[in-house]
Design a protein around this ligand. Structure first.
Ligand code: ZN
Length: 185
């Protein structure tokens, strides 16, 4: 029987939140910049007048970002160069930079369950602070730091809980595989 080859996301070079933040800065400043990605070759991202061009193992292709409006502020995304959906992480394989689904990748933990658990944990902590009735409290595309301090909760408790939530929600988005539609929501 043949061994099944399974490529795990943890084995691949990625661009994620950190790089996205840098790209947004580059975009907003309108300056030229680039990044390198080690591992399966070298990825360069150049910005020229608001357009990103990637160079990965000999192939050139455009990369676009998109943003969704939150109650307070906004969230930026990569648009997967292969399927054009909003994603938080892109993976490099060979000369292709694409989202997890386009590459047919698997998480080592096979963590559909893990994601669900994490989502419930976040909801529980949010509800503990703001209550179940608070508008959009279950909407994880709204960052917890965009909610105001809940009344009747001490600053100390609020700050501690907020820090925990920010960390958790960051991890959640790093794992996120459910795509948002590309239309404005
Ligand atoms: Zn894709």
């Amino acid at each position: 029987m043949r061994d099944r080859v399974r490529v795990y996301t943890s084995q691949l070079p990625i661009i994620g939140n950190k790089e996205l933040k840098q790209l947004v800065e580059v975009l907003e400043d309108g300056v030229y910049n680039y990044f390198y990605l080690g591992g399966v070759g070298k990825l360069t991202i150049a910005c020229n007048e608001g357009t990103f061009t990637c160079h990965l193992n000999g192939r050139y292709f455009p990369l676009s970002l998109d943003k969704t409006k939150l109650t307070f502020g906004e969230r930026w995304w990569y648009l997967c160069p292969a399927c054009d959906r909003r994603v938080g992480i892109l993976y490099a394989i060979g000369e292709s930079l694409a989202c997890r689904c386009c590459h047919g990748l698997h998480y080592r933990s096979q963590s559909e369950d893990g994601e669900e658990r994490m989502r419930r944990k976040i909801w529980k902590k949010r509800v503990a602070l703001w209550g179940v009735e608070y508008p959009e409290i279950f909407n994880l595309t709204i960052f917890v730091s965009d909610y105001p301090k809940p009344p009747g909760v001490s600053w100390q408790r609020y700050r501690t809980a907020l820090n925990e939530l920010i960390t958790l929600e960051g991890k959640y988005w790093d794992l996120q595989v459910t795509f948002l539609p590309t239309q404005q929501i």
